[in-house]
Write a protein that binds this ligand. Structure first.
Ligand code: 5GP
Length: 205
């Protein structure tokens, strides 16, 4: 039995190539989860295999800037030459329905979310080593060498912001990382600050 009805806002960050997407998919395959993924908008080009509306909403720079001006993003950031942002509309609605909303976003955006919604749960996914990160980016084979280098440099800067997160999870093996994140979600639900009101209500206080 859960002692709070509202879902958690889970912010998952980590350097490009750490395997956030794969870990997220493994997380969503865990039994009895109530997770929902917030699909971001981006101006980056679609990669082979990506689906508009599922992986991202792929929009133009003009459309993106228009949405920024209309205040339609919970957060947004520029990453290696492209815009990325979290559409605001669905997030609160889903949290109120008791769903755990997962944002998979880079660090500048994550810090904006922390400012606006301080009870979010910030998780930083790290590779077992820097070499591992380089090999994964290379193996993905979707970006030219100079973009890989830019993403590596970006990763080095992102590591320095990790201390602002609530949890660090090592992605040594995808299912282990997903298990660790599920354990964090369960523990967060049991936190006194989240559960005491419902408990006092239950006992009639
Ligand atoms: P990629 O181009 O590899 O799909 O994503 C690049 C980076 O942008 C990743 O770190 C990813 O987590 C992040 N990202 C994806 N969606 C969003 C978003 O809505 N907001 C922010 N701030 N970052 C995002």
């Amino acid at each position: 039995m859960k002692l709070n009805d509202r879902g958690l806002l889970i912010v998952l960050s980590g350097p490009s190539g750490v395997g956030k997407g794969t870990v997220r998919k493994a997380l969503f395959n865990q039994p009895n989860n109530n997770l929902t993924y917030s699909v971001s908008a981006t101006t980056r080009k679609m990669r082979p295999g990506e689906v508009d509306g599922k992986d991202y909403y792929f929009i133009s720079k003009e459309e993106f800037e228009d949405k920024i001006n209309k205040g339609e993003f919970l957060e947004h950031a520029e990453f290696v030459g492209n815009y990325y942002g979290t559409p605001l509309d669905k997030v609160n609605e889903k949290l109120d329905e008791g769903q755990e909303v997962v944002l998979e976003i880079e660090v500048m955006g994550a810090l904006q979310v922390k400012e606006k919604m301080p009870d979010c749960v910030m998780i930083f996914l790290v590779p077992p080593s820097k070499e591992d990160l380089y090999h994964r980016l290379k193996a993905r084979g979707t970006e030219p060498e100079e973009i890989i280098q830019e993403r590596i440099e970006k990763a080095n800067r992102e590591f320095k912001v990790a201390y602002k997160y609530d949890y660090i999870v090592v992605n040594d093996e995808v299912n282990n990382a997903a298990d660790r994140i599920m354990a964090i979600i369960r523990a967060e639900h049991a936190k006194t600050s989240r559960s005491i009101h419902k408990y006092l209500e239950l006992i009639g206080e």
